[in-house]
Design a protein. Structure first.
Length: 74
């Protein structure tokens, strides 16, 4: 009777350890997902800022090219 009880005890302890580890993995996955979401939002904001910053610059480059083209044409 000792061996079956020992086997049941070890099986229960094994399941308990797996449950604790699965909860820890779940919390880490949620934390990682939150960080990925925050990073994605920051990257999106940075891309929008870059787009806004390049608007006036592209207009200036276009004007310079037109001026160079006109100077070479004359």
């Amino acid at each position: 009777m000792l061996w079956p009880m020992l086997a049941l005890t070890l099986a229960f302890c094994g399941i308990a350890v797996l449950a604790v580890l699965s909860v820890r993995v779940y919390t880490q996955v949620r934390r990682l997902a939150r960080q990925v979401s925050d990073s994605s939002a920051r990257i999106t904001r940075a891309a929008e800022d870059l787009e806004r910053a390049t608007g006036p610059l592209s207009a200036q480059v276009g004007a310079v090219r037109r001026d160079e083209g006109a100077a070479q044409g004359h």
